[in-house]
Ligand binder design. Structure first.
Ligand code: 5GP
Ligand code: MN
Length: 341
């Protein structure tokens, strides 16, 4: 196994965990499998150690992750604000996982910023811009869950991987790599997976839980989006899907239902950039995916107050969805230089 994590980081986190009891873990809004998996791996580990750990998510999590070990004890800032504020105010240590910017914490950011607790960051997004006391950021990693694996096994050896911790880490790595489709060319990822399999995780059951238990309306929304709401712009090797608030409501859209939708346009031959625009109250949420060297994160950062990885990024636009797609099409030609020749 390659070693990337520094001894200084491991020793400092060890010292912080040893010297505190009330530890709060948090991750990003619109949480995905890596946000929930890495957070719950840390949560289960700290609980096993006898710590008074809590895991606070800014908003609701997707249905298909609600079976993960420890999920019932997650506190959701959006719906349990008072309780969450109290937990944050009492925290002695904050561990932030899988995000690189305070904007990703949603409304919870104020309470976290007011806390005097030491802050640890563990993340794989490039260009972290978040105040921390100690950080482990490795953008080349498959997922934050991979980094959590490194941290926990450095702290305690592979004995730390009981079935609950191993299941959470596996879920995070598996979802963030699209089932080992991308960001997983490093042999290290598979060495970690081998180790997780030795910890007696139910691999097939985990994959079934994550991918085969969606609602009927989610699948119909996918069909509708591809049939009626996808625009293909061959000249710019781009395709995008846009969904209004009304359409999302018509399909009884639940948190996480549009997750993964943005990947579909990229499966068209000749398309190297895809976008998904979903209308929310007062803003339009934007998701971007690209292939090769087209910088999705550059478009997100320069035009949509966002950021992310080269091939997977996102942001938001404080205008109606109509104005958002108009703007998107208008700025697209400025990125022509990054398209495949
Ligand atoms: P998704 O499209 O799955 O919501 O997000 C893909 C990636 O884009 C995330 O892992 C994150 O790096 C980035 N991202 C998504 N939304 C935002 C946003 O609003 N701000 C920033 N800075 N990054 C985002
Ligand atoms: Mn991630």
């Amino acid at each position: 196994m390659e070693k990337y994590i520094s001894n200084d980081f491991v020793n400092e986190v060890n010292r912080l965990i040893d010297s505190t009891n009330r530890i709060v873990i948090t991750s990003h809004k619109n949480p995905d499998g890596d946000a929930v998996g890495s957070g719950l791996a840390l949560y289960n580990y700290l609980k096993n150690k006898g710590k008074d750990a809590r895991f606070i998510l800014p908003d609701l999590m997707p249905q298909n992750l609600k079976w993960l070990p420890g999920v019932d004890e997650i506190v959701t800032y959006k719906t349990q604000t008072e309780e969450a504020d109290k937990i944050i105010a009492d925290a002695e240590l904050l561990i932030m996982a899988d995000f690189n910017s305070p904007t990703r914490m949603g409304d919870a950011v104020k309470s976290f910023d007011a806390s005097a607790a030491k802050r640890v960051l563990i993340d794989h997004h490039p260009f972290p811009e978040i105040r921390t006391d100690v950080a482990y950021s490795r953008p080349e990693a498959s997922s934050t869950s991979e980094l959590v694996y490194e941290l926990l096994t450095e702290l305690e050896g592979t004995d730390v991987l009981d079935t609950t911790v191993a299941t959470c880490i596996f879920t995070g790595i598996m979802t963030d790599t699209g089932c080992f489709n991308y960001n997983s060319s490093s042999p290290n990822v598979f060495r970690i997976i081998a180790c997780l399999l030795e910890s007696k995780i139910e691999k097939d059951q985990i994959i079934d839980h994550v991918f085969n238990h969606f609602s009927e309306t989610r699948l119909r929304l996918l069909g509708f989006s591809l049939y009626k709401k996808m625009k293909v712009i061959p000249k710019y090797q781009t395709a995008y899907i846009w969904l209004t608030k009304k359409e999302l409501e018509d399909f009884n859209n639940q948190q996480g239902d549009t997750e993964g939708l943005v990947n579909y346009p990229l499966t068209i031959d000749g398309i190297n950039f895809s976008a998904l625009f979903t209308e929310k109250d007062g803003l339009t949420k934007c998701s971007f995916r690209s292939r090769g060297s087209f910088p999705a994160n550059k478009v997100a950062a320069e035009r949509f107050s966002g950021g992310g990885h080269l091939n997977a990024a996102g942001g938001e636009f404080h205008k109606t969805i109509g104005k958002t797609i108009y703007y998107f099409e208008k700025v697209l030609p400025e990125y022509e230089q990054y398209l495949e020749k």
